[in-house]
Every structure is written in structure tokens, then in C-alpha cells.
Design a protein around this ligand. Sequence first.
Ligand code: FES
Length: 152
Amino acid sequence: MDMAPLRRALPDIPVHPEDEGVQLEDPNCSTAAATEEGGVTGIHADLFFVCHASDVPAGAATRVEVDEFVLAVFNLNGSIFVTDDACTHGPGSLSEGFIEDDIVECNFHRGAFNIRTGEAASPPCMVPVRTYATVVLQDSVYIDPRRSSCGG
Ligand code: FES
């Protein structure tokens, strides 16, 4: 599969703030990237295509390289979340980690992170892993490289 980055400008898509992190049935977009302008919440950004959501089984993760990013794409009960693949503690790969609920345990020293927020959840990990605002449009997963999954 050609994983070359695909920049796409999406039209504003209304989304409610409480829908962050939740895959919407319609208009088939999800997780963060919500912005507030003039009292209207929407999604608009230049986004990177990452992978197809159907390539990431529920409860699993996939490593994806796109442009300068090396990413871990997680499927938590049908909702897609994207973080950096590299553990902040060392050479571990989070896409090869053990996933339980919202937590991924690094495959190297067994430290852990919250997949939704990137916060370190267990030592020796102390530094949060970077998360990305993620949009799932039909089966395509995109990230906004400028925003985290928490809207920052
Ligand atoms: Fe991930 Fe040490 S490299 S916990």
C-alpha cells in the first residue's frame, strides 16, 4: 500500500465537544480536531492520511510511517487513536505493546501510557507520549499533526 502522505483540506464538519474521542456514525468522522470559531464548533485542517481504519483490528495497534512521523494507530472498541510509536522512555515500540482498556504497556520495560491522552500511566515511563487529533472519514484515518487528541 502506498503510504505517501495525502494532504486534504476538509470542509467544516460540525461536531459537539463531547464527541471528542468518539467515532461518529454520521458524518463518519471522529476524535478531536474540533475547533471553535464564531461560536461554531467544527473540523477544518490540513490532514495527513495515515491508514485505513479497517486495517487496525479492535483491541490492536498498527505501526505506520507517514512523512516524518512514525505512528502507532490504536483501535479501542472501534474508536481510532494515534500516538507516536516510540516510547518516551527508550527504544520500545508502542504499536507492539500490550493493550488493556485505554492503556498500552511498552514492549521494552513494561512502562505504560494512556492511549487517549498520552499520559504516562506506569513507570519507568514519566514523559507523556505525543498524541494526534484524529479524524476517521469513512474508512480513512487522518491526523492533524499540529493538534493533540486532547485538542491542544
Ligand atoms: Fe518503553 Fe522503557 S522503552 S518502558
